[in-house]
Every structure is written in structure tokens, then in C-alpha cells.
Design a protein. Structure first.
Length: 203
């Protein structure tokens, strides 16, 4: 079993997301690979790369050297993602959703014919059988009671993107981390949730 941990933690060691992630990491069994999006940044589509992607993945055309080069980083990240059995994504909520680097990462790996495809019945996820855990933290709280549940796009967007690839995802959001009075309590709840996932995955 190979676990791939993809992180974007700009606050590094003081990151609340990292505190939750660390409680999960100690339970991992088997091979582990890390991808730090602060260090290895995903590629944004350029005119050259999106044209190459359409030619290769939609039209079945061969690419020249420069076109292959324009897709190289995306292809590398996609193959790394596909090679994992279990996937952990860890990042903070920024302005109600995932940070731009994380969205760019998803754009890099959501490639037709690699992680999803089309058949006569419609869209098909090609990564069925893999499992994912999303760990995120937010300064605010999002619930029906507060009338703010619809502001949480981390849960809806990551669930949609992973599900589109056929991946069964669990999402743990440590909420209310800006409240110093309840920070430890809120982090402990999230740590309990990720420990439950770890016990299920690695038992």
C-alpha cells in the first residue's frame, strides 16, 4: 500500500492544518511519498500546453518535443497521483475554498484518458478503488445553524473533483481555528476524525 501526501501549508510549522495532518502521519503503514506544493509548484495551463493536451488527449495526435515538454510537469504529477493507493491532501481554507496552488494541482491531474474519460454513458472516473482523505482548516465556522454552510467550498469542491475521478473521499475540516478560546478543542475534534480514518485504512 502506497500513501501519497500532497500538502500546501504556507504557515509551515505553525499551520493548524499541519497539526491535524501530523496526527494522521504517525499512523501510516507501508510506503509513503510526499509532494509539497510550496516546493514543487503545479503548472498552470498555457496556450502551448492546453493545445498540446487537446491534441494528445482528445484527438489522439502525437506531440513534438516542445509540446511534450509543455506537458511534462502535469504528466509527472498525474502519474505520481495514479501510483498511490491512498491519497491525503492537506491545505488551509483560503477565502472559502482551496488555495490557488491546490486548484492548479487538480487542474494538472484531471486529464482525460488518465484520471477520467468519456464513454457512451457519459463521464467515467478511472481511479476507482483508491481512497482519499482531505484535511483542511478554517478560521471561521460553517454550519446550517450559523447560516454559513454554503460558504464552505472546500468540502463541496474537493468532493466533486475526487469523485469525478472515481475516488472515495473523506473530508475533515478543522473549523473555528481563529478562536483562541476553542482552538485546542476544535483541533482535537479534527485529530480524532483523522485518527478514525487512519485506523480504518491501516488496520
Amino acid at each position: 500500500m502506497k500513501t501519497l501526501i500532497i500538502s500546501y501549508l504556507p504557515r509551515i510549522d505553525v499551520s493548524n492544518t499541519k497539526k491535524v495532518l501530523d496526527s494522521f502521519v504517525v499512523k501510516i503503514k507501508g510506503e509513503v511519498e510526499y509532494l509539497d506544493l510550496l516546493v514543487e509548484q503545479p503548472e498552470f495551463f498555457s496556450n502551448k500546453s492546453i493545445t498540446a493536451y487537446q491534441k494528445r488527449n482528445y484527438m489522439g495526435m502525437n506531440l513534438d518535443l516542445e509540446e511534450n515538454k509543455s506537458m511534462a510537469r502535469m504528466d509527472k504529477m498525474t502519474q505520481q497521483f495514479k501510483s498511490a493507493d491512498l491519497i491525503v491532501l492537506a491545505f488551509p481554507m483560503h477565502n472559502f475554498s482551496m488555495p490557488a496552488a491546490v486548484k492548479a494541482y487538480f487542474d494538472s491531474i484531471l486529464l482525460k484518458g488518465e484520471t477520467w474519460d468519456l464513454d457512451a454513458s457519459g463521464y467515467v472516473g478511472l481511479l476507482k478503488g483508491k481512497k482519499a482523505l482531505v484535511i483542511s482548516s478554517s478560521g471561521g465556522q460553517y454550519s446550517e445553524t450559523l447560516g454559513t454552510k454554503g460558504w464552505d467550498y472546500v468540502t463541496s469542491l474537493t468532493g466533486t473533483l475526487l469523485g469525478f475521478m472515481g475516488i472515495d473521499a473523506e473530508i475533515v475540516l478543522a473549523q473555528g481555528t481563529s478562536s483562541h478560546n476553542h482552538l485546542d478543542e476544535n483541533l482535537a475534534l479534527a485529530q480524532d476524525d483523522v485518527m478514525a480514518v487512519a485506523n480504518k485504512w491501516y488496520s
